[in-house]
Ligand binder design. Structure first.
Ligand code: AMP
Ligand code: MG
Length: 354
């Protein structure tokens, strides 16, 4: 299949291109599109054949549910059993934006879209291209991230082309995404609601609106022994090809530990990489040193992480060390993805000596 890649400017959206993308979805085809979080791989959420195609194109197991994207609140009642009060409050506070809510699904949503679950994940993105596209597509776009299964979510259209070129009808290239990590997911079918995936809408944000929320036990812990809450959560998240270790502790001890590890790696002729910050990057001796930006700017860290992980794979890096990004707020989203990428390999140097 030929994949049509088109540039689309958020400030001056070309209506004819959006209509063309919408027609592809209505006809059962697939279009990748930019959102404020990461690029999505869209299909008609109410068409079981489209959802099947999404799983095929991604190489993703079909019991891993998709998120249904809508463009306005009027679209919500048709796809859920009822709209809970909690959803109304959260929508008023955070939609359009990087928050996905799990609710009981209506009959209109096929099991192919929800991985066989009786619940559906719904999000209203804020990216103007995404909103125009969803509307043109008929109002309900099922979309996971637009990467091949096992790779990091794409933050630029080039990565979508790399992963899905030749497998889908069209890619809307809207440039760099704004945030760089996937949406926060909150399950509203339980009381109190539970965060299934941390993101830019933080635990504190959700508590501010709902009063009480819990965090799923597997967000920061090794979940290999836990029964998965949702089918999607049992799948191994993206892990780089190289061995990634997170090092936590005081700045000086972390730098020391990582540099020792890097020189041991070099002695074994391994290609080495490091994930650090502007403040510290100069003190590491790695083949592929990468700064995620200023440590104080957690949004920059979030935005740079997936690109750096892809670059390590592209460069054939075999041994990777990363500084740790502990803290509240958006740091929770960063650490959740980093811990999964590292397979929970963390060294705490405040209590370890080599
Ligand atoms: P992605 O954003 O590409 O990682 O894909 C969507 C993710 O949302 C899935 O992997 C699930 O973890 C989650 N998800 C989607 N629908 C549901 C649902 N009904 N219940 C729980 N989690 C869901
Ligand atoms: Mg994904």
């Amino acid at each position: 299949m030929d994949t049509k890649v088109v540039l689309i400017d958020e400030q001056h959206i070309d209506d004819e291109l959006i209509r063309e993308a919408g027609r592809i979805i209505r006809a059962g085809g697939l279009v990748a599109f930019p959102t404020e979080t990461v690029y999505g791989l869209g299909g008609d959420a109410l068409n079981p054949a489209s959802s099947k195609k999404i799983y095929e194109a991604k190489g993703r197991p079909s019991d891993n549910p998709l998120i249904v994207h809508i463009a306005d609140m009027e679209s919500l009642p048709a796809i859920v059993e009822n709209v809970p009060e909690t959803a109304k409050k959260l929508a008023a506070a955070f939609w359009p934006g990087p928050l996905t809510m799990i609710m009981k699904k209506a009959a209109a949503v096929p099991g192919e879209t929800t991985g066989g679950l009786d619940t559906v994940a719904v999000r209203m993105p804020s990216h103007s291209v995404a909103l125009a596209f969803i509307e043109a597509a008929g109002g309900y776009v099922a979309a996971p991230s637009a990467n091949r299964s096992g790779r990091p979510s794409p933050t630029v259209a080039d990565y979508v082309v790399e992963d899905l070129g030749g497998r889908i009808e069209m890619i809307l290239d809207g440039g760099d995404v704004e945030l760089g990590l996937e949406s926060t997911i909150v399950d509203l079918t339980v009381e109190p609601p539970v965060i299934l995936r941390p993101g830019f809408v933080t635990e504190e944000d959700l508590v501010g609106v709902l009063g009480q929320v819990e965090q799923d036990a597997t967000l920061f812990a090794d979940d290999s022994g836990q029964a998965p809450k949702a089918p999607g959560m049992k799948y191994r998240h993206y892990a780089p090809k190289g061995e990634l270790t997170i090092v936590r502790g005081s700045a000086a001890a972390v730098t020391d530990y990582i540099n020792t590890g890097l020189s041991e790696g070099r002695e074994k002729n391994k290609k080495t990489g490091v994930i650090a910050t502007d403040e510290t990057i100069g003190s590491y001796r790695a083949d592929v040193p990468r700064s995620v930006g200023k440590r104080t700017d957690v949004n920059a860290v979030a935005k740079g992480l997936y690109r750096i992980l892809r670059e390590f794979d592209d460069e054939g890096v075999e041994l990777i060390y990363s500084e740790s990004f502990d803290g509240g707020g958006v740091s929770q989203a960063v650490m959740n993805r980093l811990l999964k990428a590292a397979g929970h390999r963390v060294i705490d140097v405040s209590c370890t000596r080599r």
